[in-house]
Design a protein around this ligand. Structure first.
Ligand code: PEP
Ligand code: MN
Length: 339
């Protein structure tokens, strides 16, 4: 349930409600809006004397949260969450759409820098690349590990782009967090609950990818794990789902963007690279994702896709990225946003 305070409720009155909520064994999550404070109460509400809370000074009303996820729900917070990404003051989830581009994996200093320089020049806000790669086959390139993270940090130093990179296991979190600006949770790990809980204790944004067979409710419940553990800087990423269709690697359900915008206040990013698996489909899906309301894009882009260590087939070239950016800007402006 949520306790909605009146706009003039003061700190003491809010604290009084928090104390009551705790007395009933519930956990509170406070959302300070521009207009009023809302207290989401998580736990078994059957034992709660709602009347006692409702009669507390300056409580406006109590409403149940119907969605299975609670704090991620728009029932609890109607204002959109914006998350600072990188050091340039960019806020994902705000009016400006954030484009993040880069190779699937860090392959070395020179290649990463080539893409980072182009990404920065064309107006991207971040560079993506995996240092720890969750590969389907144990025999595929597994990433450069710590060395890859160091290269990413050098790319940030030289371009000011934010670094988005994947964390595959709980024991890697501290190391990855030392170098990255945004910690990515891959599709294969969306329901790795100990990892999600551990990321809830980190003070860095988390980009959570949708599991390839996850329903939207399961996706949002995975986000809820991170928020419930203490980190509300969660960015959702639609990266396509498994269907019977086989002309693509995954099917990219862009209606999910509109649906998620309705269900949650969290920013939503689209990954059209894993979402299609084919570079020639990526520009169209980027344009469509922006039109559908995505707050950002996560695009695989490589200086020489044919020779990429991983996911070359779905990586666009530098040239394609450069041509795409003004198109995305035009589409964003047509819907009252910007890139
Ligand atoms: C990636 O971003 O390179 C990646 C492995 O993505 P996903 O987890 O969506 O498959
Ligand atoms: Mn990839």
């Amino acid at each position: 349930m949520i306790v909605i305070m009146k706009p003039n409720a003061d700190e003491c009155q809010i604290q009084h409600v928090i104390d009551l909520v705790r007395e009933y064994g519930l956990k509170e999550h406070i959302i300070v809006g521009t207009d009023r404070t809302v207290i989401a109460c998580i736990g078994d509400k059957r034992i709660v004397d709602k009347g006692a809370i409702e009669n507390a000074p300056n409580v406006e009303r109590i409403v149940p949260i119907l969605a299975p996820y609670k704090i991620a729900s728009r029932e609890v917070k109607t204002e959109r969450t914006t998350i600072k990404v990188g050091c340039e003051g960019f806020e994902l989830g705000g009016n400006k759409i954030g484009i993040i581009a880069g190779p699937c994996a860090v392959e070395g200093y020179e290649p990463l820098m080539k893409t980072a320089i182009v990404a920065a020049e064309v107006g991207c806000i971040g560079i993506r690349a995996g240092a720890f790669k969750p590969r389907t086959s144990p025999y595929s390139f597994q990433g450069m590990g710590l060395e890859g993270l160091k290269i990413l940090a050098q790319a940030r130093e030289q371009t000011s782009l934010a670094v988005i990179t994947e964390v595959v296991a709980v024991e890697q979190i501290d190391t990855v967090a030392e170098y990255a600006d945004v910690l990515q949770v891959g599709a294969r790990n969306m329901q790795h609950y100990p990892l999600l809980e551990a990321l809830g204790r980190v003070d860095k944004p988390v980009l959570l990818k949708r599991g390839m067979s996850a329903h939207l409710d399961e996706f949002l419940l995975a986000a809820e794990y991170i928020i419930d553990a203490g980190n509300d800087k969660v960015i959702l990423c639609e990266r396509g789902i498994r269907t019977f269709e086989n002309y693509v690697r995954n099917t990219l359900p862009l209606a999910a963007v509109a649906e998620l915008k309705d269900k949650t206040h969290l920013p939503i990013v689209v990954d059209p690279s894993h979402g299609t698996g084919h570079a020639h489909l990526v520009p169209a899906m980027c344009r469509a994702a922006v039109a559908a309301g995505a707050d950002g894009l996560l695009i695989e882009c490589h200086h020489d896709p044919e020779h990429a260590a991983s996911d070359g087939a779905q990586s666009i070239t530098h040239e394609t990225l450069s041509q795409l950016m003004p198109q995305l800007k035009a589409i964003a402006r047509a819907i009252g946003r910007d890139v």
